[in-house]
Design a binder for this molecule. Structure first.
Ligand SMILES: Cc1cc2nc3c(=O)[nH]c(=O)nc-3n(C[C@H](O)[C@H](O)[C@H](O)COP(=O)(O)O)c2cc1C
Ligand SMILES: [Mn+2]
Length: 487
């Protein structure tokens, strides 16, 4: 059974001993962040944290709910992160049915798919309390994560786990993206969607139409919904349908009080409002998931017109910073879940590893079954053309006999196998908004390394040496005699 809301997930964490309650009063300014950071850096990502008493607010704060492999799996109700990928592969591998019997056999699957479509409901827990006249964001325990956040202009409080809902004004198609929310005052915030993201594309359309853009920020929903808002889905895929697929039950949506935007009915808190096209304001700086502050920059401004929430709201937050942090586990889930989708286009890819140190856009290791000259370079260029893989600043391609999850072995293979002049591709193009190394924001260079065995057709004039292995015969002999050696 899917979790119906955030609090059911919190109970599940608690039952499994994966959550620690803190009864002492804590400050949402920096103190929660430091405690959470220490948890994230402890073995395996520590525990989720439930802060019962937060200075200046009547509501509790929960952090680090996704911050370990255990908790990430529990959030999606799976045993292993690969399980979702297997379900996706299963769906994708169903060849079009030919015979009547095959068609009939497909029906349950199709029925299951339609069951994941979001469903609109009338009554919603997230609208237990409606504050329409005097919405006031200062009531909530919104945290400040790092000392330089918001400096020098404001307190630097940010909603760090927000689900931003918008609608395409032309097609009516909804989108949900996780874009951090910088609090300016009681009713005004930043809207930090990078220009490459779906929210920003919707915004551009409103700008062209010169129309006020409705938007809603939901905070705290069931974990599949929260995770789905961060997933790099194609623009045409509704994150809430994807969440329905993940939780195997439809997401219940409710219409906002003051706009046509729909939000998950089970949310803890919803901030309804609008963006005036063209109105910009300095957003940031913010201690980001690269481990550096992302620089202050101009972003659209969000005006809150109505706030709705549960009576006994629980406020979830995440702290990003130097890895490993909670978002690393969300990223690892994405790596596993999206591998089958990447393989749909590039079936020669066997596995992929996005090391946490690369904070996802900085490095990807891929193993491929190479079958023609330049194959690895084709993968490099191909991936740079696919969705958010365009941000991959370093792509390293190895042969399919390399386990890319074993970084030490992979590094050994790469360092031995590369002739740098021959095997490196350097290209220019778009970069992640968070890259600070390039000369210009959002534009710079990326590198691909072809570390596969080279063939004659690729210009290699020498024989490729064999890798060293002991003979099976001797291994068996030593196995058998192991005790005789006195170990
Ligand atoms: C904790 C967290 C914070 C994030 N903050 C931002 C952000 O402020 N701006 C942004 O553009 N993307 C941010 N992202 C990444 C987006 O959520 C992600 O790229 C997502 O695919 C965007 O949805 P979209 O494809 O519908 O635009 C964040 C992700 C996580 C996990
Ligand atoms: Mn999207």
């Amino acid at each position: 059974m899917a979790y119906n809301n955030l609090r059911e997930f919190i109970s599940a964490l608690e039952k499994k001993g994966l959550l620690h309650r803190i009864k002492a009063e804590v400050d949402p300014i920096l103190e929660i962040s430091e405690i959470t950071d220490r948890m994230c850096k402890s073995e395996g990502g520590g525990k989720a944290l439930y802060f019962e008493k937060v200075k200046g607010s009547q509501y509790p704060v929960v952090t680090n709910i996704f911050g370990s492999f255990d908790r990430m799996c529990l959030s999606l109700e799976i045993d292993h992160l690969d399980d979702v990928g297997k379900r996706i592969e299963d769906l994708l591998n169903q060849a079009p049915p030919k015979t009547l019997m095959e068609k009939l056999a497909m029906l349950p699957k199709l029925f299951e798919m339609s069951r994941w479509l979001p469903k609109t409901v009338k009554d919603a827990p997230c609208q237990e309390i409606i504050e329409r006249d005097n919405p006031d964001l200062s009531k909530f325990p919104i945290i400040k994560c790092w000392p330089g956040d918001g400096q020098p202009t404001d307190e630097g409080r940010f909603i760090t786990l927000p689900l931003v809902f918008t609608k395409d004004p032309e097609t009516g198609r909804p989108n949900c993206g996780m874009y951090r929310i910088h609090i300016y005052d009681k009713t005004t915030t930043g809207m930090h969607w990078h220009i490459h993201k779906d929210g920003a594309r919707h915004y551009d359309k409103y700008k062209k139409l010169n129309q006020r853009m409705p938007a809603a920020i939901a905070v705290g929903s069931d974990p599949a919904v929260i995770y789905a808002s961060s997933a790099p889905l194609p623009e045409a895929v509704d994150e809430m349908l994807f969440a329905g697929f993940l939780r195997k039950e439809p997401v219940e949506m409710v219409k906002c009080i003051t706009s046509d935007i729909e939000v998950p009915a089970n949310s803890e808190l919803v901030i309804e409002g609008y963006i005036e096209p063209g109105e910009m304001r300095i957003e940031g700086p913010f201690g980001d998931h690269t481990g550096f502050y992302s620089a202050a920059d101009n972003y659209p401004v969000f005006h809150a017109t109505c706030i709705t929430h549960r009576k006994d709201m629980i406020y979830p937050a995440t702290i990003v910073g130097k890895p490993p942090m909670e978002d690393c586990y969300m990223g690892k889930a994405t790596e596993r879940i999206f591998l089958p989708l990447i393989r749909l286009e590039f079936p020669e890819i066997k596995d992929m590893n996005l090391p946490m140190e690369g904070v996802f856009h900085n490095c990807a290791l891929l193993s491929i079954k190479k079958s023609y000259p330049g194959h690895a370079k084709k993968i490099i260029h191909g991936l740079w053309g696919k969705g958010q893989m365009m941000f991959a600043k370093l792509l390293i391609i190895v042969d399919d006999d390399v386990d890319v999850q074993n970084i030490s072995y992979t590094a050994w293979r790469v360092l031995n196998n590369v002739d740098w002049k021959r095997d490196v591709v350097i290209a220019e193009g778009p970069l992640d908004d968070l890259d600070h190394a390039a000369n210009f924001p959002r534009y710079g260079s990326k590198m691909g390394i072809d570390a596969t065995r080279k063939t004659r057709e690729e210009g290699m004039t020498r024989e490729w040496p064999a890798e060293i292995y002991m003979s099976e015969e001797i291994k068996k002999l030593v196995d058998k005699r192991w005790k005789e050696y006195g170990f």
